[in-house]
Design a binder for this molecule. Structure first.
Ligand code: GLY
Length: 352
């Protein structure tokens, strides 16, 4: 197993990565004082994959199943979970175990943050997106009708187990979701960016991404500034998703695919602003292609709508703000002119 520490002052924890990492759960829970029972929160795909069949939590546990998709990231789900926790006599000294992808870790983490005003939880990440992003960092929360992730809390897990064996049952779309997030880490690590992430085996890839995320989170737990770089590629990515290029529209674009397009867009915009050269743009294209993702805008993209949507992005203050590569590495850049954004979208080509 590869162990990546998240060195948060006062509440450090480990991310454990490898085939069968879920079997470390008994030892993790054994190391948490006072735990008498566990609440395991999961979804049907994890149960169908058989990933809970041999789960050893060291203490008695009940399984709580969330609904499917983004719709399960709701206050209703949190209320249902907390009611079930109460009925099973879960106390503040017990533990919640989230086994699944980002929906499960976000909802179970938020329930753990609020039930009895906060209890410990462990994330067992079973999707690539969860392992390189959602399970690490302590941002928990749910959606409301007015927006995604509008209600939540910073609440760090006691440990994160990234079991790369569970990736074997992921559908192709989930792989694409994770690969797009992975691609961004090629540009966020220490030193000069390169394509070496592509050469690693899956355990090492997850570990490298987790280590980069861990360092960023440890330096800026509550997103006062530095942590914003984790949104690299997301400004256009979110705008494409908001414009209906998603599973529900029939024009299916996985989150990671949207981020991959966003990474290449961000590189072209950075070049237009004189921040990076052709070689660095080419590296973005190479990394995105190396993860089997396209950098083409989806057919039907309407630049005006996309620009308006980017203006509403949560990172925007009073002008267009992007996370861009540059001489000092990737950083937030505000005050980007709309004409540069429009010209960069045009440079990406006109999708039919
Ligand atoms: N839970 C994801 C994050 O904290 O970034």
């Amino acid at each position: 197993m590869i162990v990546v520490p998240v060195a948060l002052p006062g509440r450090p924890y480990d991310v454990v990565i490898g085939r069968g990492a879920r079997h470390e759960l008994a030892s993790v829970i054994g190391g948490l004082p006072g735990v008498r029972q566990a609440a395991v929160v999961t979804q049907s795909a994890v149960l169908a994959g058989g990933w809970l069949e041999d789960l050893d939590t060291k203490v008695p546990f009940e399984i709580h199943q969330l609904g499917e998709g983004e719709g399960a990231k709701s206050l209703d789900s949190v209320e249902t979970l907390c009611a079930q926790f109460a009925r099973s006599g879960l106390s503040r000294s017990d533990v919640v175990v989230a086994v699944g992808g980002g929906v499960v870790t976000d909802v179970a983490g938020f329930a753990a943050a609020t039930y009895h005003r906060g209890m410990r939880y462990v994330n067992v990440a079973t999707t690539l997106l969860g392992q390189v992003d959602a399970a690490i960092g302590g941002k928990t929360g749910v959606n409301i009708a007015e927006g995604k992730n509008l209600v939540g809390a910073f609440w760090q897990p006691s440990a994160v187990l990234c079991d790369t064996e569970t990736l074997g049952s992921l559908p192709p779309r989930e792989w694409r979701c994770g690969r797009g997030e992975m691609a961004k880490y090629a540009f966020l690590g220490p030193g000069k960016p390169d394509a070496s992430l592509l050469e690693l085996d899956i355990d090492e890839q997850v570990a490298r991404c987790a280590a980069i995320k861990a360092a960023i989170v440890a330096a800026d737990e509550t997103e006062e500034g530095g942590r914003m770089v984790l949104n690299y590629g997301h400004t256009l990515g979110h705008a494409l998703e908001a414009e209906g290029f998603d599973a529900s529209s029939g024009r299916d674009l996985a989150h990671g695919e949207a981020v991959a397009i966003g990474l290449v867009f961000a590189a072209l915009l950075a070049r237009r602003l004189g921040r990076i050269d052709d070689e660095r743009v080419e590296l973005h294209r190479r990394v995105v292609a190396g993860f089997d993702l396209t950098s083409d805008l989806p057919a039907g993209t309407e630049p005006d709508r996309v620009v308006a949507s980017m203006g509403r992005d949560k990172k925007a203050r009073h002008d267009l703000t992007f996370v861009l590569d540059g001489p000092n590495g990737v950083e937030p850049v505000s005050g980007v002119g709309e004409s540069d954004v429009v010209a960069t979208l045009a440079e990406m080509g006109s999708p039919q």
